[in-house]
Design a protein around this ligand. Structure first.
Ligand SMILES: Cc1cc2nc3c(=O)[nH]c(=O)nc-3n(C[C@H](O)[C@H](O)[C@H](O)COP(=O)(O)O)c2cc1C
Length: 186
């Protein structure tokens, strides 16, 4: 069974990302075509990148890197749930991505963005980053607006249509995750 991570991309106290990711996870886990796991980068307590060797070498010295590596290596594909901070993804998510290399390569990713412009710029930023890591990014994405999907810009109340958008994005992530798995057979 393909394994897909739903990664919470924000770490700040009071973050909205947790509610968004849990909502997506509940939708995803009703499916039978893949296994899903909620992955919270906050749980890994990653400092700013502190490995002496480039991640491409895979020679990790710290336990936090080894634990993060083992977790990400266990998946075939990813859904990044990203906030938009200053027209980009969060520094915490970029840092977590930067810690690893081969664990991402030849896998697929989809995105759920949220913000004033539905996280569109944060997702575009992540697509560029994924290109360097040889992650195939699917076209369908979920965009949640601070104006219409969060009551008083605060409580997450997604419009009903977004559930279908999550499924369309997952359909593509699962299809590409399965196809790319053949490239990773040693
Ligand atoms: C440092 C910072 C920068 C932000 N910049 C943007 C931005 O460029 N565009 C946008 O739509 N929202 C921006 N916002 C608003 C966030 O999208 C909103 O606060 C969202 O809840 C952040 O996600 P989080 O609660 O999971 O951390 C910014 C928020 C923060 C904290």
């Amino acid at each position: 069974m393909l394994r897909i991570a739903i990664i919470i991309g924000s770490t700040r106290p009071g973050r909205k990302g947790e509610a968004v990711a849990k909502w997506a996870y509940e939708i995803a886990r009703a499916r039978t075509d893949a296994e899903f796991e909620l992955v919270d980068i906050k749980d890994f307590n990653l400092p700013l990148l502190d490995e002496p060797m480039p991640p491409m070498m895979g020679r990790y010295t710290h336990d936090h890197t080894k634990m993060w590596s083992a977790k990400i290596a266990s998946f075939d594909g990813f859904v990044f749930v990203t906030p938009e901070y200053n027209h980009a993804t969060s520094a915490a998510l970029k840092n977590a991505i930067d810690f690893l290399y081969s664990e991402w390569v030849n896998k697929a990713a989809g995105f759920i963005g949220y913000g004033a412009t539905s996280g569109a710029r944060a997702v575009e930023n992540l697509r560029l980053i994924m290109g360097e890591l040889q992650v195939a990014t699917v076209r369908a994405q979920v965009g949640l607006s601070m104006f219409t999907d969060f009551e008083n810009f605060s409580v997450f109340k997604p419009a009903p249509a977004h559930e279908k958008h999550v499924h369309v994005m997952l359909d593509q992530v699962i299809a590409w995750s399965g196809a790319l798995k053949t490239l990773r057979v040693k």
